[in-house]
Every structure is written in structure tokens, then in C-alpha cells.
Design a protein around this ligand. Structure first.
Ligand code: ZN
Length: 177
């Protein structure tokens, strides 16, 4: 790492620093966009129905009640909070609340950065997925109005910055809504 820095030209370092600063400034802008647009996604709490010898998949409350009523099962709020992928009700496919693991955040990012991976900011569900990626990187990112981009959980922010740049280019689309 240090060898690379020492062999870099001063101009290269300047460009690197400028890009870092630009990227860092993009974080709150993009966060603001996706977290606002994600509000309409209305994710549901996740439940599991447990029967004598069986267990349901992860469900929204409405589907959990229906299934437990049909088979005398007990409904519990799902214990697991962090996932390797986005979560949907296994019956009605509505969006469920979830947090991402490191692995999950990285694979979601890869999917959004994929050449064919289109980002549709009109989709509240997709904005929620992106918002989850941000939250996985910045656990202290709680307040919507005064987000704190401190102490990222994972060191390498390259792909998150790439996603921010991709979304920033789409900003015009939002204003055309
Ligand atoms: Zn459901």
C-alpha cells in the first residue's frame, strides 16, 4: 500500500484526494435522495410461524396470521436481523424489514453496479434496498436530517462511491417526476 503511494506522482495524489473529497460530499446527497424515496416502500415486520414439527418461511403479519390460523401454529417476530440478501414475505412477496450483513451489503452493491443492473429511483422498494446498503456501511447513520457518515464498518468504500456516482447521474430523472 505505502509502496504504491510513494511511487505515485504528486499530481496523481492530488486527483486521488480531490476524488475522495468529491465522493465524500456525495454520500449525504445520495443518502438524502434514497432515504426519502424509500419512505414509500413501507417494509413490514418479519414473522415466523412455528408448528409442532415445522416452521414457516419469513412472513408479513397478515400472512403469518392466516397461516397460523389454518394450522394451529404460533407466530413469533423473526429473531434474525441481519441477512445476506433483501427480504420478502414468502407468501405475498411484500417487502420485509431487514438489515444487511457485510456479505449482503457487498453483493447488493455488486448487483447495483452490474452493467445490466438498472437503478430505478422511482421504485421505492429499490431505494429501500440501497438505503439498507448505506446502513450496513454506516451503523451510526440514524438520523435522516443529520446523517453521520462516521466510522464505516467496512474499510473499502470504492463500490459505495461508485454507486453514489451512478445515482448522482440519475438525479435529473427525479426532478422530472
Ligand atoms: Zn405476506
Amino acid at each position: 500500500m505505502s509502496a504504491i503511494i510513494f511511487s505515485a506522482k504528486i499530481d496523481d495524489l492530488k486527483v486521488m484526494a480531490e476524488n475522495d473529497l468529491k465522493n465524500a460530499k456525495l454520500l449525504p446527497i445520495v443518502w438524502n435522495i434514497v432515504s426519502t424515496l424509500a419512505e414509500k416502500a413501507e417494509p413490514q415486520k418479519s414473522y415466523t410461524v412455528i408448528f409442532d414439527n415445522d416452521e414457516s418461511g419469513y412472513l408479513c403479519l397478515r400472512c403469518a396470521r392466516k397461516i397460523s390460523g389454518n394450522g394451529n401454529g404460533s407466530t413469533f417476530e423473526t429473531y434474525q436481523k441481519e441477512w445476506d440478501s433483501s427480504q420478502f414475505c414468502s407468501e405475498c412477496m411484500c417487502l420485509l424489514e431487514y438489515e444487511l450483513t457485510e456479505e449482503g451489503a457487498k453483493s447488493e452493491l455488486d448487483r447495483f453496479l452490474d452493467e445490466g443492473g438498472k437503478i430505478d429511483l422511482n421504485s421505492a422498494r429499490q431505494c429501500y434496498k440501497i438505503e439498507r446498503v448505506f446502513r450496513a456501511y454506516f451503523p451510526k447513520l440514524i438520523s435522516k436530517k443529520k446523517p453521520r457518515f462516521e466510522k464505516p464498518r467496512f474499510k473499502d468504500l470504492t463500490n459505495l462511491y461508485k454507486l453514489c456516482n451512478k445515482i448522482n447521474l440519475l438525479r435529473n430523472d427525479i426532478f422530472n417526476l
